[in-house]
Design a protein around this ligand. Structure first.
Ligand code: AMP
Length: 216
């Protein structure tokens, strides 16, 4: 299975990718995660990317493409992959097509996680991530247990908010999605690859719809 999960920030791409990873053992390739890793390690690339990410804008195509090229060449990607948060604009989609053409591993499907902007705002402002296990919570819709702790780590809460999930940055990220990423819907529709899943539902319901959409 080689798929792209397309959708606005907060549409559930990461959560659904993780479920696909568990069910099918293929890697999730998230350019956001790769970039955050580089930031955390303090690499040159990470230092350059951090300010851009914190402002809600897109990191340079060349940086992201280099990371994707490297990641797709790792052995685990040979059995399939879920691209999460990439491509983010038409230039990246064109470059991905060319790269996958070279590797003779074309995409099977591109799934649009369809959801209303108002719902997204709540999801993003409420999102918290466990610093220890990476599990994603939402203070409005899926809070950690009471007393609030990470159910998986079962310890004191060490929940973090991503710097770009602050209210003042979210508006910019949604604007960037509308202007740069949304055109990919028509792009992939014209290639006959687009599937649409209603992403405004319980996680498990969305997952079932996603499985039906990609036929697994
Ligand atoms: P995400 O975790 O996918 O929401 O990404 C977080 C941030 O990383 C974005 O707001 C961008 O600044 C950057 N980023 C992630 N993926 C890409 C991409 N494909 N192209 C450019 N910037 C990206």
């Amino acid at each position: 299975m080689r798929i792209v999960l397309l959708g606005a920030p907060g549409s559930g791409k990461g959560t659904q990718s993780q479920l696909l990873v568990q069910a099918f053992g293929i890697p999730q390739i998230s350019t956001g995660d790769l970039l955050r890793e580089a930031v955390a390690k303090g690499t040159d690339l990470g230092k350059r990317a951090k300010a851009v990410m914190d402002s809600g804008k897109l990191v340079d195509d060349a940086i992201v493409l280099g990371m994707i090229r490297e990641r797709l060449s790792l052995p685990d990607a040979a059995k399939g992959f879920i691209l999460d948060g990439f491509p983010r604009n038409i230039a990246q989609a064109g470059a991905l097509n060319a790269l996958l053409g070279e590797l003779r591993t074309p995409l099977d499907a591109v799934v649009l996680m369809d959801i209303d902007v108002d719902v997204l705002f709540k999801r993003l402002t409420g999102r918290r991530i466990c610093q220890d296990c990476g599990r994603v919570f939402n203070v409005f819709t899926s809070p950690p247990g009471t007393p609030p702790h990470c159910a998986q780590c079962n310890d004191m809460p060490r929940l973090l908010q991503r710097p770009d999930d602050r209210e003042e940055v979210i508006g910019k990220r949604l604007e960037v999605y509308e202007a740069q990423t949304k055109p990919l819907i028509e792009y992939y529709r014209s290639l006959g690859l687009l599937k649409i899943v209603d992403a405004d539902a319980e996680t498990q319901t969305v997952f079932e719809a996603l499985r039906r959409a990609v036929g697994v």
